[in-house]
Design a protein. Structure first.
Length: 261
């Protein structure tokens, strides 16, 4: 999948799980959605030319190098007898459920130790990644969410709430990475996200649907169908958006009736 599709599917997943995490309000759901959108791009740090790995220059470049070398090493020592003779860098270690769970666990622990400032750091990093794929409107939305949160709770209460978001951010990070893997699994290349579970003699077995359901990254199916559908869903999942739509539709129908006006 292309970066923008990954980010939007992550955003949709974040808005979907936000109420389950106790953040069904507008500002809370937007925060969770932005974190899942940003971290839905992080697995592609294992590609040196991806949008995410190049966005923040030396910082993301260094993270990309570390992830690529780690993935190459893990692949070399764990590949099965029928695994492909590849480097093991792109679409390997970071494209697994194991990686998603471990990164989510690490995020939860780090933010719990670092408190509100660590939470803000993770959120800012996610916003920057999402902005790289989706554009500057992400930054505008983030600022609006922060302002709304401050208006709703006040500065002191908002800072207190940030301290309690460590576990939530860990789940959001894991979900973002997991959604990325699901997206890549329906492409032609597939995704080995059940590693290290051995399947058919392969430790890195690429799961994928039947051929007629697969599509090429950046191809017409993704560009003309999947991305527009996900974009509509990304809007409708925002808390209160569906209510606005259902209130507008009757007014439009009334205006288009014969003899209206």
């Amino acid at each position: 999948m292309m970066g923008r599709t990954h980010a939007l599917t992550g955003w949709c997943a974040g808005l979907g799980i936000a109420p389950l995490l106790g953040h069904g309000d507008l500002a809370g759901a937007v925060l969770v959605g932005l974190v899942t959108a940003g971290f839905a791009l992080l697995p592609d740090f294992d590609h040196r030319h991806s949008t995410a790995s190049r966005y923040l220059g030396p910082l993301t470049g260094a993270l990309s190098w570390i992830l690529r070398k780690s993935s190459r090493y893990v692949y070399a020592i764990t590949k099965g007898p029928r695994d492909e003779p590849v480097t093991g860098e792109h679409r390997h270690l970071s494209h697994t459920v194991l990686f998603a769970v471990l990164l989510g666990y690490f995020t939860a622990g780090a933010t719990q130790l670092g408190g509100k400032w660590a939470v803000l750091g993770v959120a800012l990093f996610a916003v920057l990644l999402a902005e790289a794929a989706l554009g500057d409107w992400v930054a505008v939305l983030s600022v609006a969410a922060v302002v709304w949160w401050l208006v709703q709770f006040g500065l002191d209460e908002a800072l207190v709430q940030l301290d309690g978001l460590s576990g939530v951010l860990g789940i959001a990070v894991a979900v973002g990475c997991f959604v990325h893997c699901l997206g890549d699994s329906v492409t032609v290349s597939g995704c080995p996200f059940l590693f290290p579970l051995p399947i058919a003699g392969e430790t890195w077995y690429e799961l994928r649907p039947p051929k007629w359901l697969r599509f090429r990254t950046g191809g017409p199916v993704e560009t003309l169908f999947m991305f527009p559908v996900v974009a509509v869903g990304a809007l409708l999942l925002i808390p209160g958006a569906w209510t606005v739509v259902t209130s507008i539709i009757p007014a439009i129908q009334k205006l288009t009736e014969p003899g209206a006006g």
